[in-house]
Design a protein. Structure first.
Length: 95
């Protein structure tokens, strides 16, 4: 049995996906698009699945193809999805 070191913790993975979800939601709202419009634009047939991914619920998260399509839809660089969540937004979520 290989004894491999843990590269990242589950908490770090959750924070990573939460950051992406936050930025997708931010960009969608800035453009005045509904979850349904975005879901259909990236090839999702269910707004429910999209809502779970946008809010990182039930372990649902965007994959690379989703992020690529979203970057084209929102007309942004891929790096836009990885921007840190502003501290004031973090504080809001803890209320």
């Amino acid at each position: 049995m290989l004894n491999l070191p843990e590269i990242v913790s589950q908490a770090e993975i959750d924070e990573f996906f939460h950051t992406i979800s936050f930025n997708v939601k931010r960009l969608r709202k800035q453009r005045g698009l509904s979850q349904l419009e975005v879901a259909l634009s990236i090839g999702q047939k269910s707004v429910g699945f999209y809502a779970h991914t946008e809010n990182y619920r039930h372990g649902k998260h965007f994959n690379l193809v989703h992020i690529f399509k979203l970057s084209r839809l929102f007309e942004v660089e891929l790096s836009e999805f990885f921007k840190p969540i502003p501290q004031d937004e973090i504080n809001k979520s803890k209320l």
